[in-house]
Design a binder for this molecule. Sequence first.
Ligand code: AMP
Length: 282
Amino acid sequence: MIIATTIQEVRDQVRAWRREGLTVGLVPTMGYLHEGHASLIRASAAACDRTVVSVFVNPTQFGPNEDLESYPRDFARDSALCEATGADLVFHPEVIEMYSHPADTFVEILSEMPKQLCGRTRPIHFRGVCTVVSKLFNIVLPDKAFFGEKDAQQLAIIRHMVRDMSYGIEIVGCPIVREADGLAISSRNTYLNPQERQAALCLSRSIALGKQMVQEGERDAAKVLQAMTEVLEKEPLARIDYVQAVDGISMEPVSELSQDVLVAMAVYIGKTRLIDNFSVRL
Ligand code: AMP
């Protein structure tokens, strides 16, 4: 497995693969890799001849009071996980390699879509995500790129950007990977102390209840969201950011739980902001 720190090294290697007629998959990550990331890498390795994993904590997607400095990092462990799961190249640039000048060119969706859900409390987040993912697409020129449904709004935004900007790249969404007790795996789970780790189970409990109500035939979003909110409110360490039902493509709020509606939440457990979601499948 190759470890590249410069854009030029990645371009040269991908060109060499292309000359051999090989297909290339890209898995963008911020590192501190876990089973969720591993599932994306395995999906890429199964679908493409070569897999590139990027490990880059992207400063332009963090707001001023967010956790850019404290975001967990362990590149030695990350590269071992990449190699074990079938990556062929890990791109691990310094910030200066990706943003050699103070960034003043951004890729931004101008509709309400990135302002909904997480965009309400993280106003510049998706502009940073679209910008860095565009740069990675331009650097790697992959055939397919793999993203987790855990970040469902991000996945919808990337699909929208790919369509609007005519990237000829297939976007593959991969299911949420959970711990044995239900908690959606996240690099940010490492911030939780043992008591908070236990409290964090209210998210997956609330998601499971919502899913069950839909399976049993409930289609009224307000009723399902109310029941889900009550589960979260019973947990003293939890503070709700949002619990919402939105159209799976536009991210506009909906009142009826029809096919592909996204039911999503963000909840603070202590100081740690966690997200979880499910999509309505009828
Ligand atoms: P991150 O490193 O948190 O930016 O995540 C990189 C990619 O991994 C994103 O596409 C995430 O949606 C995906 N991902 C993170 N956690 C999970 C999970 N528990 N299950 C599936 N995909 C995940």
